[in-house]
Every structure is written in C-alpha cells, then in structure tokens.
Design a protein around this ligand. Structure first.
Ligand SMILES: Cc1ncc(C[n+]2csc(CCOP(=O)(O)OP(=O)(O)O)c2C)c(N)n1
Ligand code: SF4
Length: 157
C-alpha cells in the first residue's frame, strides 16, 4: 500500500495554507504504513472543515451531521467490527455540539481512531470561539474575550 492508494479523486477544498492539508497527507501516509486496505476502512465525520476528510480518502466514508460523527462511528463499528473505523472531527464538532457523544464513546471504549483537529475555533462558520479557545479569546462571538476555561481534550478523554 502507498499513500496514493488512500487518496480520492476529489478536489481538496481547504483554504491555501490550512493545516488540514498537512493532516490529510499525514493520514494517507499513516494509513499506508498501517496497511489496512482501503475497502476495510470507514471514515466517519460530522460537519466542519475538518469533517470534509472522508471526501479526500479513498475508503468507505460518511460526512454526517454536525456533532453526530461519534454516534454514527459507534454504530458502524458495532455493526461491522471487522472494519477499521476512523472518526474525523473538529474541536467544535467533537466538544461543543458533539460533546455528549464524545463522552459516551470514550466511556464505552469503542474501538475507534478519533482524530480531533484542534484549531481552537469554528473554522467553517468563519471564526466563532470553540470549547478549546483560550480564556480571553476575542472572536466574532466573543468580542470582549471569552470568560470560560477551555477543555483540554486529552485530559477530558
Ligand atoms: C446542527 C448544526 N448546528 C450548527 C451548524 C453550523 N456549523 C457547521 S460547522 C460548525 C463548527 C465548525 O467548527 P469545528 O467543528 O471546530 O470544525 P472546523 O471547521 O474548525 O474544522 C458549525 C457551528 C450545523 N451545520 N449544524
Ligand atoms: S476556514 Fe480555516 S479551518 Fe477551514 S479550510 Fe479555511 S483555514 Fe482551514
């Protein structure tokens, strides 16, 4: 297997310079190194820039609805345990609207590879603060700076 085997024919829509390009390339490389063939992989996401990842991987995939990638990934893995299931998620998708599902997939210890792209902002919807934005972060939705302490994702897991 080579990284090319995991690359889809879709045009990659991330902004020029976005770190998601590097994550996409790294995922294709990692999947080739792991060596599970593309037809035995399912990549599940919610909604967000990061959640576009299933479009760019030549595997099974489902770009679901915002915050619900964890629920769908849990369903795919439990109904098809022979598949290697990856979940792609943003910090908003995973820890704000999807926070409940995230907690329960961790609690259930579902055998998933969860990639949370922590850019500490809502990217797709143009820059609102997220649950991982640092305290005092000024954004369109927090013009005076946030008053909340952020989640530390790995500590939460
Ligand atoms: C139910 C629902 N609520 C809100 C939205 C709008 N929405 C789409 S993506 C998004 C947040 C994106 O941020 P994040 O999950 O961190 O991903 P990123 O785009 O930064 O990769 C929001 C609020 C939506 N699509 N559906
Ligand atoms: S809006 Fe932000 S997260 Fe989305 S593709 Fe552009 S740079 Fe990347």
């Amino acid at each position: 297997m080579t990284p090319q085997d995991y690359k889809s024919d879709q045009y990659v829509r991330f902004c020029p310079g976005c770190g998601d390009h590097a994550i996409c390339a790294a995922l294709q490389k990692a999947m080739a190194q792991i060596g599970v063939p593309p037809h035995q992989i399912a990549v599940i996401s919610g909604i967000g820039c990061s959640s576009r990842m299933p479009h760019y991987l030549n595997t099974y995939g489902f770009n679901t609805i915002h915050g619900r990638g964890g629920a769908v990934a849990t369903g795919v893995k439990t109904s098809h345990p022979e598949l290697t299931v990856w979940q792609m998620s943003g910090d908003g998708d995973c820890l704000a609207i999807g926070g409940n599902h995230f907690i329960h997939e961790i609690r259930r210890n579902v055998d998933l590879n969860i990639c949370m792209f922590n850019n500490r902002i809502y990217g797709l919807t143009k820059g609102q603060y997220s649950p991982t934005s640092p305290k005092g972060f000024v954004s369109k939705s927090s013009p005076f700076g946030t008053v909340e302490r952020p989640f530390i994702p790995l500590l939460t897991a």
